[in-house]
Design a protein around this ligand. Sequence first.
Ligand SMILES: Nc1nc2c(c(=O)[nH]1)N[C@H]1C(S)=C(S)[C@@H](COP(=O)(O)OP(=O)(O)OC[C@H]3O[C@@H](n4cnc5c(=O)[nH]c(N)nc54)[C@H](O)[C@@H]3O)O[C@H]1N2
Ligand SMILES: Nc1nc2c(c(=O)[nH]1)N[C@H]1C(S)=C(S)[C@@H](COP(=O)(O)OP(=O)(O)OC[C@H]3O[C@@H](n4cnc5c(=O)[nH]c(N)nc54)[C@H](O)[C@@H]3O)O[C@H]1N2
Ligand SMILES: [Mo]
Length: 691
Amino acid sequence: MPFDPPAAGRHVVRGACPHDCPDTCAMLVTVEDGRAIAIRGDPAHPPTQGRLCTKVARYLDRTYSPQRLRHPLRRTGRKGEGRFERITWDEALDTIAGRLGAIARAHGPEAILPYSYAGTMGLLQYGSMDRRFFHRLGASLLDRTICATAGKAGWTSVIGAAVGMDVERFAESRLILIWGSNAIASNLHFWTRAQEAKRRGARLVAIDPYRSPTAAKCHEHVAPMPGTDAALAYAMMHVLVRDGLVDRDYVDRYTLGFDELAARAAEWTPARAAATCRIPQAQIERLARAYGTTRPAAIRVNYGMQRHAGGGNAMRAIACLPALVGAWRDPAGGALLSSSGTYPIDVAALERPDLVRGAPRTINMSAIGDALVAAQPPVHAIFVYNSNPVAVAPESARVVRGFARDDLFVVVHDLFQTDTADFADILLPATSQLEHFDLHASYGHLHLQVNRPSIAPLGEALPNTEVFRRLARRMGFDEPCFADDDEAIARSALRGDDPRLAGIDLDRLLRDGFARLALPERYAPFAQGAFPTPSGRCEFVSPSLRAQGCDPLPAVVLPRESPLSNAALAARYPLAMISPPSRNFLNSSFAHLPAFLAEAGTPALLLHPDDAAARGIADGMPVRIANDRGSFLAQAQVTADARPGVVVAPSVWWRKLAPGGENANAVTSQALTDLGRAATFYDCLVEVAPA
Ligand SMILES: Nc1nc2c(c(=O)[nH]1)N[C@H]1C(S)=C(S)[C@@H](COP(=O)(O)OP(=O)(O)OC[C@H]3O[C@@H](n4cnc5c(=O)[nH]c(N)nc54)[C@H](O)[C@@H]3O)O[C@H]1N2
Ligand SMILES: Nc1nc2c(c(=O)[nH]1)N[C@H]1C(S)=C(S)[C@@H](COP(=O)(O)OP(=O)(O)OC[C@H]3O[C@@H](n4cnc5c(=O)[nH]c(N)nc54)[C@H](O)[C@@H]3O)O[C@H]1N2
Ligand SMILES: [Mo]
């Protein structure tokens, strides 16, 4: 390995948090004689400000957990039972290479499917040698849609790229709309900026069907029904146009399609939107007037609002707002969804799509249940890493049925024996962030970072890059890129000719740990237009979506499952369920460690006192949450934090650790969003009854 951890003595090693979170904190790991003894946030890293979240502050518990997998294992029990015996790496890799080779010869390599997401966000361990391996093999491609692609497609159609405000500047905003984001749980280092703005007199408004811990701390909470944000955004535009609060100069210079947008907004009176969103009309008027009259005004929009049938279009509608009022003129105005598109990362050098053999099909990870049960031609092997689909993918019954197939060869590479690992034929031990090298971009700030290994791998654990390097050798892949070490991969990832990397290279990152992209200190990406769209303007009207047969304007697409769109279904299942992340878990990561489980307690279902009373449910009672797809158990928490008609199931619990062996994904749907082919976790009608 090119980056060996220090063996003896006391050292502080620079790391980066690998988890799927916008904050990508810089970490300082203290090691003594080869053992990590302390971890803290780097005070010198501006986004981190020396503070780690409650989960990663205890990363050493995760790293040294007695539950870590330390050796390769082979299944001895039935699929799903979770019984294994120890084997060597040679046996494991020979078995995998043998089975994949045989399946490719018998059925074609398309019968093999990689399945990975963001267990680690490091550029190398997230997607490099693994992608090269599956491309060269000719395996089915995976459409990685489980989290963000609807919002990204919607945002990009208007703005041009995943680029937005610098998170640091929110501290200077005068009005902040926190839209579909429980920042205290999922974006802590933005929240500290919002708090700073609040201390300086800014007004904070949360837009969320649920009075989340974040919403509870804002000045105002607007609680629309799930999946109705486009109607709310249009009603705000209606008021802005009606009351002459549009920045005509900005609109004329830098936007496309204002007249069409204004005509559509004219249809969305506040009264109409109030009925769709089920919120007071006066609240919409007040929100729109505040947004149109306060400078600078900022929007932190996050992914919670896009997990619905119309999530892509809802993001389009929201993305139009800052340009309408000229908010982008100021570094502390505008909006932020993701900053990932600011980084000049050479993804093709990492993943080598040029190696793809033939023209393999693409399988959508958000509908993995259907793919494993019914894809034609069938999937005969699945290789899971950086993900726990049996817990996190929608419609568990189908997912479990797929993974339980006796004729499916399942490989799982993870740090722990997850719900998915229980179905593995071969289970491989993965390194933690303290044990491998990586390079990190971020989707919430503007710094590049490296993560140096601080300790040697535990047991026989191996990093993702090394597993696929060894497998490539066994499969006889002799292209030179399969011999790249991690340093070579990291160097290839940085597009040195891009001005945003001026003065930044791997050597500097290795020396300093991090570097902010070469952007102006008071970065205001669209102060003078220059949107990275085809027209160079903010595209209220999208010629490219029009060409694809989509609505050229943001459309109001109602949820697939709601009283307004499907009255017959709503008569049987009248409650809309959302299942956003619990503060103590990171998706399903950490959800098996004793300290975190102790804090999270038991799976809960928050419901409004009126909805509880109508069903004879009292606080603390066990309840069953059900629809046609399945059911799961939780403990009722009767609270006005859940608005009437909406229930909240904090997630993602491991199925095997939840009462009844099911989690919220027992009832969620595999249906996809309007744009971006993404999952619709929060578009889900249920009924609740005492258990
Ligand atoms: N502690 C913790 N942090 C995390 C994660 C975690 O699991 N735990 N997960 C990470 C990952 S992978 C992601 S993608 C992000 C997710 O974090 P966010 O992007 O913040 O998204 P969610 O937590 O899914 O939802 C945020 C809020 O949106 C609300 N919401 C749901 N439906 C709607 C709607 O239709 N309209 C509006 N306006 N609001 C709605 C939810 O009630 C929730 O309070 O967080 C990351 N950070
Ligand atoms: N009901 C409901 N379901 C949801 C969501 C929701 O809000 N509600 N959120 C959805 C969202 S936004 C997302 S992003 C997905 C997330 O789903 P996943 O990406 O599957 O995330 P995790 O559940 O955290 O599982 C990641 C796994 O990767 C492993 N891992 C970590 N580092 C490494 C490594 O270096 N190598 C290997 N091989 N493995 C590693 C971890 O131990 C963990 O088991 O879940 C989705 N599912
Ligand atoms: Mo996510």
